[in-house]
Design a protein around this ligand. Structure first.
Ligand code: 6PG
Length: 237
């Protein structure tokens, strides 16, 4: 039986396995740069959604290390924890420390989720910020051991609004803001970056076809799942 809120979306999945975390991060950073170059050449801008958690830190550090046409990058966040601005638990703080604070992307083009306002008000405001943007160029996502992505958790609604107020997240802090599965799916490209043995169970469930929240992100072009071999379950070797 499908989890509440997960309709039978047909997610097209492409698996990319790397021998080390280093290779995974190098490839992921290169893929982001390629997507940026393509979008900027095509229409002069690049709309990128950042993943939270710890996994993307190395990818972001690699992006900071190489020059790019930063003036044309527009940064959004897939989710945010409802903690004060600058709090160590905030996803935007991690991104700023690893990358955004080290490159000259115009501050007005880095659109944090105002999660310090509380989940309900922040979700309302972020939906307004996103309203003019029909689709993202690239969405980066992670996955939790339970199959969650962004702040879309098993057994909870994944849609119903563009931006969701999450009040009971099982991963602390409980109060968060998350783009919905449908909003995350309105993208030219969606790329999951997954590392570590702790994610093997979620990857195995995903490959079995379980209706985990990560499986609800279904952009027309499908999703690319980049993972290191430590995250690849025995069932699939
Ligand atoms: C969050 C993240 C969340 C994260 C996964 C994986 O705010 O917690 O958005 O979805 O991507 O939990 O986290 P790690 O990369 O730290 O394993």
């Amino acid at each position: 039986m499908a989890e509440p809120g997960i309709d039978a979306v047909q997610q097209i999945r492409r698996w990319h396995i790397y021998a080390s975390t280093d290779e995974l991060e190098n490839y992921a950073a290169g893929a982001v740069r390629r997507a940026a170059k393509q979008a900027i050449e095509a229409y002069g801008g690049f709309n990128l959604v950042l993943a939270g958690g710890n996994t993307p830190r190395g990818v972001y550090a690699r992006l900071a290390a190489a020059p790019s046409d930063w003036g044309h990058w527009h940064i959004y966040f897939g989710d945010e924890r409802c903690r004060p601005q600058g709090d160590a638990a905030r996803n935007d703080r991690m991104a700023r420390e690893a990358w955004l604070g080290r490159v000259p992307i115009p501050p007005a083009q880095i659109r944090s989720i105002p999660a310090e306002m509380g989940a309900v008000e922040a979700a309302r405001r972020y939906a307004q910020i996103l309203a003019p943007l029909e689709q993202f160029d690239l969405v980066l996502l992670g996955i939790g051991a339970d199959g969650h992505t962004a702040s879309l958790f098993p057994g909870r609604s994944l849609d119903g609004a563009e931006v969701l107020a999450v009040l009971d997240a099982p991963k602390p802090p409980p109060e968060r803001v998350s783009l919905s599965a449908a909003r995350l799916s309105r993208a030219r490209q969606v790329m999951f970056v997954v590392s570590g043995e702790a994610k093997r169970g979620a990857i195995a469930a995903w490959r079995r076809g379980d209706s985990i929240p990560a499986a609800a992100v279904a952009p027309p072009a499908g999703v690319d799942i980049l993972l290191d071999v430590s995250a690849w379950p025995e069932c699939c070797v």
